[in-house]
Write a protein that binds this ligand. Structure first.
Ligand code: TYM
Length: 324
């Protein structure tokens, strides 16, 4: 039995990058009866950037709804908000912080990038990877499916877990990241990594009209409609290919090469494909967003189950530290 664990921040509604990079791979793994999955909403992490509790709550609901809409079986597995188990996560964060070398955090790509861009560079942003390590090892996870942007954070988690084992005694499983080489980093509508913070994302749960507006924003070159186009350098084609099947991809490739097919046509086909492929997910997402009680009930059960595991780990940690 392997333990699979991954989290999504509540810093916005989940976008196509989150869905293809983490949600779908994690749910696929959770469907293997050999695995036990811990999928959670990293709302404590989101406090590093969001200071509006109402917004944080709404985003948390959206991330939880997206997990369920994409097919996560919350009863069979573990489904929870990090904030509801905050005492376990943050206690472990402290012990791990005391084992984490300052330069490891100071050199983290994600911290450097965020501290260059954001005006609010707080201590939470700095210790972010240590909380992430705590999230993972608290549940003794073996594998962590994530997008490529999280590779370094996962290496740190493994190093931090190994330090604990070396200094205080063998306790933690050393987690491995699972990064799908074909997916890796999903680009946004401007060609940079799709991200909430770059405002370049595609939110498949939006109304058709709003979704089409986002898709129309995908950057293309100025090749006239009549001329043949290169699918391999086109962002619309790239995004379409990420969710289309092989025959759909081959068909669109032919249309690009033949000419008389504009980027506007490709964008409309991309919209139609999302509406078709994610129709059920879109309905379920709306259902959970509208029915807070149904969502809350699933989370409550998951949080009680997760608390049993977390509490067991923390007892062992405290014993090794001779606090108990
Ligand atoms: P977050 O919320 O930024 O992203 C959630 C997941 O989505 C993946 N992802 C992408 N994958 C491909 N292309 C993209 N453009 C893209 N954008 C996001 C991320 O790689 C991630 O897997 N630190 C984590 C949250 C976290 C966590 C954890 C993850 C907190 N604790 C413990 C795993 C284990 C984060 O920022 O995710």
């Amino acid at each position: 039995m392997s333990r699979i664990l991954t989290g999504i921040q509540a810093s916005g509604r989940p976008h196509l990058g989150n869905i293809l990079g983490a949600i779908e791979p994690a749910i696929k793994l959770s469907q293997n009866p050999e695995n036990e999955s811990f999928l959670f909403i990293a709302d404590l992490h989101s406090l590093t950037t969001i200071k509006n509790p109402d917004l944080l709550k709404e985003n948390t609901k959206a991330v939880a709804s997206a997990w369920l809409a994409c097919g996560f079986d919350a009863e069979k597995n573990f489904f929870y908000r990090q904030s509801k188990l905050a005492h376990f996560h943050t206690e472990l964060l402290w012990y791990l912080s005391c084992l984490t070398p300052y330069p490891m955090l100071a050199n983290a790509h994600s911290f450097k990038e965020k501290s260059d861009k954001l005006s609010d560079v707080n201590a939470g942003l700095f210790t972010y990877p240590v909380l992430q390590a705590a999230d993972i090892i608290l549940y003794q996870a073996h594998f962590v499916p994530v997008g490529k942007d999280q590779k370094q954070h996962l290496e740190m988690s493994k190093d931090i877990a190994a330090s604990f084992n070396r200094v205080f005694g063998e306790l933690f499983v050393l987690p491995e990241s699972l990064i799908n080489e074909q997916i890796m980093t999903i680009p946004g509508v401007d060609g940079q990594k799709m991200s909430k913070s770059y405002n370049n994302y595609i939110d498949i749960f939006l109304s058709e009209k709003e979704l089409y507006k986002q898709i129309k924003g995908i950057v293309t070159d100025a090749t006239p409609l009549e001329e043949p186009k290169n699918p391999d350098t086109c962002l619309v084609f790239k995004l379409y290919s990420l969710i289309a099947d092989e025959s759909q991809i081959a068909e669109m490739r032919q249309k690009y090469l033949a000419g008389g097919y504009g980027y506007g046509h490709a964008k409309k086909e991309f919209l139609d494909l999302i509406l078709d492929k994610y129709g059920n997910q879109r309905d379920l997402f709306d259902y959970y967003m509208a029915d807070s009680a149904a969502l809350e009930a699933k989370l409550k059960v998951g949080e009680e189950k997760a608390a049993d595991i977390a509490s067991d780990t923390m007892k062992k940690v405290r014993t090794l530290l001779k606090f108990d």
